[in-house]
Design a protein around this ligand. Structure first.
Ligand SMILES: [Zn+2]
Length: 311
């Protein structure tokens, strides 16, 4: 149970992309069931059941597809829309002009600062052009962000980044990001080191790490995430955070997954309709249990205001 001083806020941050295949390669031909079927018919009704507020972080191919944009414009219920960059698919230095059957492992932070900034600006401008307002929440493809990425996002008016996965290090051919010693709870990062909290200033972007419980003797880190964690494990991760941060007035639990995970065979995870049902049932059960424990829900960007007031 939470202490009286603690306010628990659950966010759900979803990388929202074209369908992939069971090996995590983009579908061929490129399909978008995860947007046109997944968001309106599978995810939004499930979130409405518990009053949860998802944040859909959109990739370039989703924003370039008119049917997807229509689906997003017509989406009902509560939600936030933000952006998600896979750097090889956006100018400048765009590597692929047809995305079907492509896997790209580039980390955005492996590009020079001005190239990364221009890629982020182009993605943000496309979002604004299609949806009519500026995005304020973000996650890097493959979590490949560093301090340069956060400073670039801040220049573009972003309020929240959610690229940090505590306890985990990611290695790709063009860069390494090491989040093993990153804070587990939201923080205003230092300008020169993504995994260190810095001084709060009015414009500073808020880092909202993905909720991951550290490695224990016998097992790997566990994510607060359907498919990766059972409902019982989600409960244990939730309690771990309350125990671990007893002095914090605000506790955030940030569930992440991909839109493709609710379409069978569009990710390495659910492969059949019954597995998709289990995924969604576990997600709803985990979120509903958080609500019974006193948690509230909001979109990622709203956290900036909440933490700004606390700072
Ligand atoms: Zn992605």
């Amino acid at each position: 149970m939470a202490s009286k001083a603690q306010r628990i806020i659950v966010t759900i941050s979803i990388d929202t992309e074209c369908d992939h295949d069971p090996n995590w390669v983009r579908s061929n031909p490129l399909t978008f069931d995860s947007i046109n079927e997944g968001l309106p018919n599978r995810l939004q009704p499930a979130f409405a059941e518990v009053g949860a507020v998802p944040t859909y972080l959109l990739t370039v191919e989703v924003l370039e597809n008119n049917e997807c944009v229509q689906t997003l414009r017509n989406l009902e219920g509560q939600f936030e829309l933000g952006t998600h960059l896979h750097a090889a698919f956006v100018e400048p230095e765009k590597k692929y002009f047809s995305y079907a059957g492509i896997d790209s492992s580039d980390f955005q932070c492996g590009y020079p600062e001005h190239i990364e900034l221009a890629k982020l600006a182009n993605l943000s401008d496309l979002f604004e052009q299609k949806l009519g307002y500026r995005p304020t929440s973000f996650r890097a493809g493959r979590y490949g962000a560093n301090e340069q990425s956060l400073n670039n996002l801040q220049k573009l008016g972003y309020k929240v980044d959610s690229s940090v996965t505590p306890h985990i290090r990611w290695i790709e051919p063009n860069a390494i990001v090491d989040f093993r010693h990153a804070p587990e709870q939201p923080y205003f990062p230092a300008a020169d080191e993504i995994i260190v909290a810095g001084d709060y200033t009015d414009q500073r972007i808020l880092e909202v790490p993905v909720t991951v419980r550290p490695r224990t003797l016998r097992r790997n880190p566990i994510w607060f995430r359907p498919w990766f964690a059972s409902v019982d494990q989600m409960k244990r991760i939730f309690h771990y955070h309350l125990r671990r941060h007893p002095d914090r007035e605000l506790i955030n639990i940030n569930m992440m997954f991909h839109s493709m995970e609710v379409i069978e065979k569009a990710s390495p995870y659910p492969q059949t309709p019954s597995e998709v049902k289990r995924f969604i049932d576990d997600m709803v059960a985990g979120l509903d249990w958080c609500k019974q424990e006193g948690a509230e829900f909001c979109g990622l960007s709203e956290l900036h205001d909440t933490y700004r007031k606390a700072a």
